[in-house]
Write a protein that binds this ligand. Sequence first.
Ligand SMILES: [Zn+2]
Length: 114
Amino acid sequence: MTARAFELPHCEACQRPHWPPREICPHCLGEPIHWRQANGAGQVLSTTMVHHSLSDELRPHLPLHVATVKLDCGVRVIAYLADGPQPSGARVIVTAGSSPSGQEALVATPPAPG
Ligand SMILES: [Zn+2]
């Protein structure tokens, strides 16, 4: 798994991030929107386990653990739980990584101890 810069679209008018990407800001309807590096720290809101996939590449890696994560910046994302299930409320760090089949994906892992 290769980590890449974690970026979110930001509105230049109100300076707030959002997700998913949009052509205009969902908060103030402003623009322009530019991608900026973001802090991936957040909290698991809910989790689910994916047992079936139509993807031949993903099928050998099932089941997959997936979470809805509320980032500290207020944005909610869906991320693959690379280290297995996490309880609701657990702190995680979301990064731009890869799914088990090598596709680009948001990946959530527990923060490093200490
Ligand atoms: Zn805005």
